[in-house]
Design a protein. Structure first.
Length: 191
C-alpha cells in the first residue's frame, strides 16, 4: 500500500539517545517502534539530476520492512523542512534494486542509523542514532511540531532543516575530507 503526502519536519540535536528518549517520555510521548537498524540507499541518474533539483529516490530497510520513497521540495519559505513525499512498501528489495538499475538509476549514497519511533500527540517522533550524533526528528503539522519541540526544551534556533547527507557534507568540508557514505561502525547489518 502506498502513501502520498506533504511532509513537514525538523531535526533536533541531542547529546545522547538516553537524553532524547527521556525528554520524549517526560513530554508524554510513547514508543511505537522499538530501536531498529536502518539502511538507506539513495538512487540517481548519471548526471545527478534528482539531487541537483532537490529530489530524492530512496530505498530504505528498517527492521523487517523495505520502503521506496520519492521526495521533492515544496516551493516557498518554510520554518520547517517541507517536501512532497510518495512512498510504498516493497515486498522484494532485490527485485526493486534491479528495476531501479534497469531504469538507469544507480546507488549514489548510503546512510545508516538506529531509529526508535515515538508518537507525541499527532507528531511522529524518531530518535535517530547516527555517526554524526543523536537527533530527534519531528514530523507533523507545523504548529504541533513546534509544540513538541518546545516540550523537548527546544526553540526555532535549534531546528535543523538539513538532511543527514547535507550535515555530513558540511562536517566533511570543515575537516577538508570527502563525505563518502555515512555508515554505522561495523554497520552492514542489513545486507
Amino acid at each position: 500500500m502506498g502513501m502520498s503526502r506533504r511532509e513537514n519536519e525538523i531535526k533536533l540535536a541531542f547529546a545522547s539517545p538516553d537524553l532524547a528518549i527521556r525528554k520524549l517520555h517526560d513530554g508524554g510521548a510513547r514508543e511505537v517502534h522499538p530501536r531498529a537498524f536502518e539502511d538507506n540507499v539513495l538512487y540517481d541518474v548519471a548526471d545527478r539530476a534528482l539531487a541537483r533539483s532537490g529530489r530524492l529516490l530512496r530505498l530504505r530497510r528498517y527492521g523487517a520492512a523495505t520502503i521506496l520513497t520519492f521526495k521533492a521540495p515544496v516551493p516557498g519559505e518554510h520554518r520547517h523542512k517541507v517536501r512532497v513525499e510518495h512512498e510504498t512498501a516493497v515486498a522484494d528489495p532485490d527485485a526493486m534494486r534491479r528495476i531501479l538499475e534497469g531504469l538507469g538509476f544507480a546507488p549514489v549514497y548510503r546512510y545508516q542509523k538506529y531509529r526508535t519511533g515515538f508518537l507525541a500527540g499527532g507528531v511522529a517522533a524518531s530518535v535517530d542514532e547516527t555517526p554524526l550524533g543523536t537527533f530527534v526528528e519531528l514530523e507533523g503539522s507545523p504548529d504541533e511540531v513546534d509544540r513538541v519541540a518546545r516540550a523537548l526544551g527546544c526553540d526555532e534556533s535549534r531546528y535543523v532543516l538539513l538532511t543527514y547527507r547535507e550535515l555530513q557534507e558540511r562536517e566533511a568540508a570543515a575537516r577538508g575530507v570527502p563525505a563518502g557514505d555515512l555508515l554505522m561502525p561495523g554497520g552492514d547489518e542489513s545486507r
